[in-house]
Design a protein around this ligand. Structure first.
Ligand code: NAD
Length: 499
């Protein structure tokens, strides 16, 4: 059985805690590896050596650090298939989708090549007589990234790119469900020229996370995962004065106006709801057609498309639409929630409960489900299902549809499908959700913009990637400097006006 340890000081290191977790192949249900779960002692040692390595890295000029990012881009492209294979085999997503996972992370690394420009401070010449004022952006020291199972390449890359390019050292604590890809990123960074110790991958569970949260060396924590854990990490990290950004769960609504192109809306919904088996924080899990006639037309278009979806293992070829979910527990939870939908009176239009894939009976496959006539009091509406289940909530008017999206506790992403510019503008302006699509179902911003949800989908004030990420991973120092004549004039005891 393959044993996955940690990546410390530029080398694979076996775990010493004696605790491990099983890593499954979700398509077959078999255990394919065991990953070490770090103890507090192991974590503390990794953090201390990262702190030593950070001193020289933080003093390295920004252009040299950016060159490591440039080389990493080349290596990620070179090893794209290997990384995607590791992702698909542990996560279960299709091979093209796994490549997309790497690609969307790689784009943030490309953005980080421009770090020297982003790290430039501000300068005011002659702020007063003989006085200049300037600000610098300096690294924080050692920072930590705690990441979820559903994007084992993209989210670690979103974190490590801006953190390392800014001169920090990083401890990455990836998901214990699919640790291989993050470990490969450690090796690629070394090959790209990153000094040993500046990036450490420490595998683990709550014990490893708590060691990060309680460390006095770690200065900032970037987390992505479910909302209860996001909130826990946000509050515990704040207790020790850390800078913290925590991105949580989602329930993304797509509003379909009566004037929308219904074929386009249906196609968009299929990809956005069932892609990656619904295991995306930007998946659309609620369709809100406006008016009964729109709802009827939408359901009519959706049903044959859903019934034609091809579910299978990533090894079955590129025409598979989605694979298994990540664990048996995830599968059971999805089916339990589907049952609550039936029990609470929703209409199960497409029933995937008896889905069975010949030859993969022990895999964690879940068939596609479509609910109609879902109401806001139902568990399937309130809860993030994180599976291939789309709920339709019929709204009588645009205002009712907008109100549904706004009243939901989550605020990650949303979309409106319409041909009416006025409705689209009104929606984008009023909705209290962080990322909005207009005739775009999964509005994931590109690397040079920022990514983040509102309400209980995000805790903290700065977003991921884009310019915000460089603000998150640096602190500003502002210098007021006076040279020509001040000392000759003697001491001044009042705040002087700059005139
Ligand atoms: P999760 O919250 O279970 O785990 C995330 C990380 O937290 C993992 O590294 C895990 O080891 C750690 N963790 C788990 N339980 C913990 C505990 N009790 N104490 C301390 N640490 C703990 O999330 P997941 O199942 O890996 O990922 C799916 C979730 O992530 C979904 O809710 C999804 O919406 C969310 N997500 C959000 C975004 C976003 O940008 N908002 C992006 C991707 C995923």
């Amino acid at each position: 059985m393959e044993q996955i340890g940690h990546w410390i000081n530029g080398a694979h290191v076996a775990g010493t805690s004696g605790r491990t977790a099983d890593v499954f192949n979700p398509a077959t249900g078999e255990v394919q590896a065991q990953v070490a779960l770090a103890s507090q002692k192991e974590m503390d040692r990794a953090i201390s050596s990262a702190a030593e390595a950070q001193i020289a890295w933080g003093a390295t000029n920004p252009q040299r650090r950016a060159r490591v990012m440039m080389e990493l881009v080349r290596l990620l492209n070179r090893d794209m298939d290997k990384l995607a294979e590791a992702i698909s085999s542990e996560h279960g997503k299709t091979f093209p989708d796994a490549k997309g996972d790497v690609q969307r992370g790689l784009e943030v690394i490309e953005f980080c090549i421009g770090a020297p420009h982003l790290l430039k401070g501000e300068f005011t010449d002659a702020a007063g007589p003989g006085i200049d004022m300037y600000s610098m952006r300096q690294p924080l020291g050692v920072v930590a990234g705690i990441t979820p199972f559903n994007f084992p390449a993209m989210i670690p890359l979103w974190k490590l790119g801006p953190a390392l390019a800014s001169g920090n050292a990083m401890i990455l604590k990836p998901s214990e469900r699919d640790p291989s890809c993050p470990m490969m990123l450690g090796a690629l960074l070394k090959e790209a020229g990153l000094p040993d110790g500046v990036f450490q991958v420490i595998n683990g569970d709550k014990a490893a996370v708590d060691a990060i949260l309680d460390s006095e060396i770690i200065q900032a924590v970037g987390f992505v995962g479910s909302t209860p854990i996001a909130q826990y990490i946000y509050s515990r990290a704040a207790e020790t004065g850390k800078r913290c950004q925590c991105f949580g769960g989602a329930k993304n609504h797509m509003i379909i106006m009566p004037d929308a192109d219904m074929d386009q809306a249906a196609d968009a919904l299929i990809g956005a709801s069932y892609g990656a088996a619904g295991e995306r924080c930007m998946a659309i899990s609620v369709a809100v057609p406006v008016g009964d006639e729109t709802a009827d037309r939408l359901i009519e278009k959706l049903v044959p498309r859903i019934e034609a979806l091809k579910v299978g293992p990533y090894t079955a070829g590129n025409d598979v639409d989605f694979g298994p979910v990540v664990t048996k527990a995830a599968k059971e939870n999805i089916l339990r929630l589907v049952q609550t939908g039936v029990d609470q009176g929703a209409e199960l239009v497409v029933d995937g409960r008896n889905f069975n894939l010949q030859g993969y009976e022990n895999g964690f496959f879940v068939g596609a489900h479509l609910f109609d006539r879902v109401t806001p009091d139902m568990d399937i509406y309130k809860t993030e299902i994180f599976g291939p289940v789309l709920s339709t909530v019929r709204a009588a008017s645009y205002e009712e549809a907008l109100g549904l999206a706004m009243d939901h506790e989550y605020g990650n992403g949303t979309a409106i499908f319409t041909r009416d510019g006025d409705a689209a503008r009104d929606f984008a302006s009023r909705v209290n959700i962080g990322m909005v699509g207009i005739n775009v179902p999964i509005p994931v911003p590109l690397a040079y913009h920022t990514f983040g949800g509102w309400k209980r989908s995000g805790f903290g004030d700065l977003n991921q990637h884009g310019p915000d990420s460089f603000r998150f991973y640096t602190r500003t120092k502002t210098v007021t400097s006076r040279w020509p004549s001040g000392i000759k004039e003697g001491a001044a005891f009042n705040f002087k006006a700059m005139d």
